[in-house]
Design a protein around this ligand. Structure first.
Ligand SMILES: Nc1ccn([C@@H]2O[C@H](COP(=O)(O)OP(=O)(O)OP(=O)(O)O)[C@@H](O)[C@H]2O)c(=O)n1
Ligand SMILES: C[C@](O)(CO)[C@H](O)COP(=O)(O)O
Length: 256
């Protein structure tokens, strides 16, 4: 792999050293290989905290560690988790992994200036994988249920794509020059992650130039392949502003 700075965790001071997590898997070889790219390369401007929101504490563990755990511990067996971080935050994450005695093998890759660039860098780490299914997930969606991860992988394995989404609970209006008008919310969906794709399809999509309209991976892929929606979950919130953290704490307390 060229042009993308990365390291692997656990490092050589931990058990399992020298084993490349790309080959380190107890996965049944008859299954399609599954990968997860957890994007956490942002700075968390809207949260306005002293550190990026992916490192904030959520009931005793950093937000990103909760997310990594959900993918590492799914019964589906994800062969490789790739965590994408701002390069200047590698040492923060390394320290947090040591502090929390993290033993979940994962690769750490430097992010880019936009979410799109961060996903592209995560994908570059998987360059020598010939086939498989890849989930792209926001590192700041720490409460994603295992059932959603499983449905996304299963649907993408059958149809090439799968994007978690939920029905809006509020009424929605579109702004127009004259004011605003009501949208039919029965025809709208709020899009979450995971967003799962056949690996080669996602690669082809990320070879196209970046557009300002790309807010997620489905918008990058949709010109190449129809997007299959699957049921997301209202608990799968994206930690964006301070009240999201309070909600996440309440949800986590109620489910553990
Ligand atoms: N250059 C970027 C920007 C965002 N992300 C990731 O994409 C996910 C969704 O982005 P968002 O919630 O917007 O995160 P931030 O960009 O950190 O937040 P903000 O827009 O408030 O600065 C997050 O997990 C974020 O870390 C990323 O990997 N690389
Ligand atoms: C990918 C995403 O979480 C799907 O809802 C969302 O589009 C990220 O948007 P953001 O502007 O980066 O928060």
């Amino acid at each position: 792999m060229t042009g993308v700075f990365y390291f692997r965790y656990p490092t050589s001071s931990m058990p399992d050293d020298n084993q490349d997590p790309k080959t380190q898997s107890n996965q049944d070889l008859r299954e399609t290989p599954r990968f997860a790219i957890l994007v956490a390369g942002g700075s968390g401007t809207r949260m306005g905290a002293a550190k990026p929101k992916q490192f904030l504490d959520l009931l005793g563990e950093p937000v990103l560690l909760h997310t990594l755990r959900r993918f590492s511990e799914t019964p589906l067996r994800v062969q490789q988790c790739v965590v994408v971080l701002p390069a200047e935050q590698f040492s923060t994450w390394h320290q947090l992994c040591a502090e929390h005695r993290v033993q979940l093998p994962h690769a750490v890759v430097a992010g880019g200036a936009t979410r799109w660039a961060s996903v592209r860098n995560g994908l570059a780490y998987l360059a020598d994988q010939s086939s498989g299914t890849v989930a792209v997930h926001d590192g700041v969606r720490p409460l994603v249920p295992a059932s959603v991860i499983e449905e996304c992988f299963a649907t993408a394995e059958a149809h090439g794509t799968a994007v978690a989404a939920v029905v809006p609970k509020d009424s929605v209006r579109n702004l127009s020059q004259q004011g605003s008008y009501a949208l039919d919310r029965a025809r709208l969906r709020l899009v979450q992650t995971p967003q799962c794709f056949e690996l080669e399809l996602l690669r082809r999509a990320y070879q196209l130039p970046e557009l300002p309209t790309f807010t997620d991976d489905a918008s990058v892929v949709e010109d190449l392949h129809p997007i299959q929606l699957v049921s997301g979950d209202y608990r799968n919130l994206k930690i964006t502003t301070p009240e999201d953290l309070l909600l996440a704490e309440a949800i986590l307390r109620s489910t553990t």
